[in-house]
Design a protein around this ligand. Sequence first.
Ligand code: FMN
Length: 216
Amino acid sequence: MGVLAIQGSSRINGNSNVLLEAALSKASELGYTTELVHLSALSFRGCRSCFSCKLEQEPWNKNHACAIQDKLTPLLQKAAHADALLIASPIYFGSLTADVHAFLERLWFPANVYDMAHSSLWSQPIPTGFFITMNHTKPEDYINLLQNVRNFNSRIIGPTEFLIVADTCQFANYEQYHAPLFDAKHKQERHAELTTIECKRAAIFTEKLLCKGVNY
Ligand SMILES: Cc1cc2nc3c(=O)[nH]c(=O)nc-3n(C[C@H](O)[C@H](O)[C@H](O)COP(=O)(O)O)c2cc1C
């Protein structure tokens, strides 16, 4: 049983990665094999709308796989064989990061069938846990974004859950940056909480996701 973790922040030691590491450590404890991939280390683009995955007859593409061959290709193949996906993304201007969005376009579109039932070519549903981090203190302000991601991912890939960590610490030292919006002391406290309270939440969330599997 394998868990594939996709890390969508360019900060490889940032909030999103810390949570994902905690999640993977719980997954290993539960007996899963794990792999973590940093999207920022890969050179790739989103869907180019070539429609190769939608052709009626395409002998070299029987699986309706994404025809683009780049650094994302092996990762998409791994995702297709994973038992669960864990995807971490900071919020950038009210959305997922561009890397995560590009990854999801390439993951979702080939499996998304243009039929009346909106069926999916994904071989069998697998659970996906999203780890969303943000500066903002009111995650409910991003409800539309999260609902949209949930709708597409649950229809195409399988049961979809979110762990949201708000009010994150962005700078190692707030005194060095012009950011009067934030209280440096409070953010340092939040930084300390990331590796304690929030990592514990990430572990509990992961255990629940993996134990429930597709039975949500
Ligand atoms: C380009 C950019 C845009 C951002 N936009 C938002 C935003 O719209 N809302 C928000 O709450 N935080 C925003 N943030 C803050 C990050 O989401 C937050 O610091 C996050 O925890 C960073 O994750 P990381 O440490 O894994 O990189 C933004 C950060 C960057 C760099």
